[in-house]
Every structure is written in structure tokens, then in C-alpha cells.
Design a binder for this molecule. Structure first.
Ligand code: NAP
Length: 255
């Protein structure tokens, strides 16, 4: 059975992705930073779906932890067919770009961009070797960015910059890995109901009701999970370096 490493899969979108990939036959490495209880819950859901699971704590900002996630996936399942770069954070404080701190910038960039960058580098090298050895046939890499990759929110500039950078990272690896038969694609979630958006729920309830998104509802983690599962099933294997919006239509300019 194919195996997937999903970073930040203890909660939210990562959990939705883990469940949807398990539904289509993937064994899963569940990664968390600090919330072991939530990771156990995700693992339970994967077992209920009849798939194998291994939990691994790891802080994505630490390059050595990222390598350990890949190594643990290989030890647990003997293969790595899919990497999903999902773990990410919002700034602790929504501060105006004229006041935001270097500390917040560093934390957000390390988590949302530097960690995934070097994790992808390490995982890609393993995928190339595994494919050459005939141990995997169709490795794939998915990057969870955001509508913030192209939407300016001046109260969380560091988040927008990190996601724009992550979007370029997707294209860089897509170009470099095409010759090895590894598609790399980006999914841009819109407004998704998770712990991350909990603090701004009322604000977004009103904006959605007002028509911010043509499809007037919150996105759910499974909405993202289903898109990742479609990639995992090979339905997008002639697509690489693409930014796939899963956002209720947010991305369209309207008049
Ligand atoms: P969430 O509910 O806050 O969950 C975040 C997940 O990432 C948790 O599993 C958390 O682990 C993990 N995590 C955080 N920091 C980590 C670190 N340093 N190392 C490893 N794991 C770490 O967030 P979410 O809403 O599901 O967001 C998931 C991804 O989607 C993020 O990249 C986010 O930017 C993106 N996104 C979200 C939305 C949205 O509206 N929610 C929209 C667009 C894009 P613990 O449980 O251990 O803390």
C-alpha cells in the first residue's frame, strides 16, 4: 500500500487530508508539534478506515526533525509515495505591517517556508532513490499554501509573504523534479473552519454571508482532503507546478 507523510495532521486541514488519503488506500505518518492527544485521535480515525498509521512528533522549523519524519515514514512503511506539506501557523498577533515584529516574521517564515523547503528537498531525494530502486512507482508532492499567497492582508503580512514564497517553492520543485516523474502541486485553501480561524470566526461569518465567496459557506478540512486524495489517486499526473484553488470561488475577480 502507498504511504503518505502529512505534516501537521493532528488537527484541522491536516487531519482532513489524512482521513481522505486513508479513504483512498494510503497508510499515513501523522505528524504533530505539541498536541499528542489530537494526533492520537487522528490515528484512531485512520485505523477505523483500515489503514496503518504511525505518529511522529516533530517541529517543522527544525531541519533535523523534518528529516526524522521522512526517516520514520520509511522505517514504518518501507516507502514514501506522497509528501503533503500542510503544517503552518498564523502570526500569534495580527499586527499592522507598520508595527509587526521581526520575531513574528521569523517564526512564521521558519514554520511556513523554511521548514517545508528543506523537508521537501530531503523527501524528494529519497523519492528519487526509491523510484530508481523500483520501490515506488508514482511519488507525488503537495503543498498547502493559501489564498494569502496572492491576497494582501496588511494585518498579517508575514503570513502572506510566507505563503507567496511557498507558492514559488512549489514551482521550483515542480520544474526540478519533473524529469524524475514527481509532480509537485499547490492547493490554495480559502476560508476553512479550523482552530486557526477560530479567533476570527465572527468576522468571517459576516463576510461569507455578505458574499465574499460565491459559494456562501465555510470550507471544511475534507474539502481540502478530497482535492489531495484526487492527486493521490493519480488524477492530476499531467499537472505540475499548478496552484489549485479550493476556496468556494474566492479567487475570481467580480464586477
Ligand atoms: P490548525 O488547525 O491550527 O492546525 C495546525 C496544524 O499544524 C496542527 O496539526 C499543528 O500541530 C501543526 N503545526 C503547527 N506548527 C507546527 C510545527 N512547528 N511543526 C509541526 N507541526 C506544526 O491549522 P489549519 O487551519 O488546519 O491549517 C493547516 C494549513 O492550511 C496551514 O499551512 C495553513 O496556513 C493553511 N491554510 C489554512 C486556512 C484556514 O482557513 N484554516 C486557509 C488557507 C491555508 P499541533 O496540533 O501539535 O499543534
Amino acid at each position: 500500500m502507498p504511504a503518505a507523510l502529512v505534516t501537521g495532521s493532528s488537527r484541522g486541514i491536516g487531519r482532513g487530508i489524512a482521513f481522505c488519503l486513508a479513504d483512498v488506500g494510503y497508510d499515513i505518518l501523522v505528524n504533530y508539534a505539541g498536541n499528542r492527544v489530537a494526533a492520537e485521535e487522528t490515528a484512531g480515525g485512520i485505523r477505523e478506515r483500515g489503514r496503518k498509521v504511525r505518529i511522529c512528533q516533530g517541529d517543522i522549523t527544525r531541519i533535523e526533525d523534518g528529516k526524522r519524519l521522512v526517516d520514520t515514514t520509511l522505517t514504518a512503511f518501507g516507502r514514501l509515495d506522497m509528501l503533503v506539506n500542510n503544517a503552518g501557523i498564523a502570526p500569534r498577533v495580527r499586527a499592522d505591517i507598520l508595527e509587526a515584529t521581526p520575531e513574528s516574521y521569523a517564526e512564521v517564515m521558519d514554520t511556513n517556508l523554511k521548514g517545508p523547503y528543506f523537508l521537501t528537498q530531503y523527501a524528494a531525494n529519497h523519492m528519487i532513490a526509491l523510484k530508481e530502486q523500483g520501490k515506488i512507482q508514482a511519488p507525488r508532492i503537495v503543498v498547502i499554501t493559501s489564498i494569502s499567497a496572492y491576497t494582501a492582508s496588511t494585518a498579517r503580512g508575514e503570513y502572506c509573504v510566507s505563503k507567496a514564497g511557498l507558492s514559488m517553492m512549489t514551482r521550483l520543485f515542480a520544474v526540478r523534479l519533473a524529469e524524475h516523474g514527481i509532480p509537485v502541486n499547490e492547493i490554495q485553501p480559502g476560508i476553512i473552519q479550523t482552530d486557526m480561524t477560530g479567533p476570527v470566526k465572527k468576522k468571517y461569518d459576516a463576510l461569507i454571508a455578505d458574499g465574499l465567496t460565491p459559494i456562501r459557506r465555510w470550507g471544511q478540512p475534507e474539502d481540502i482532503g478530497k482535492a489531495v486524495a484526487a492527486i493521490g489517486l493519480g488524477y492530476f499526473d499531467f499537472t505540475t507546478g499548478a496552484a489549485i484553488p479550493v476556496d468556494g470561488g474566492f479567487h475570481m475577480h467580480r464586477l
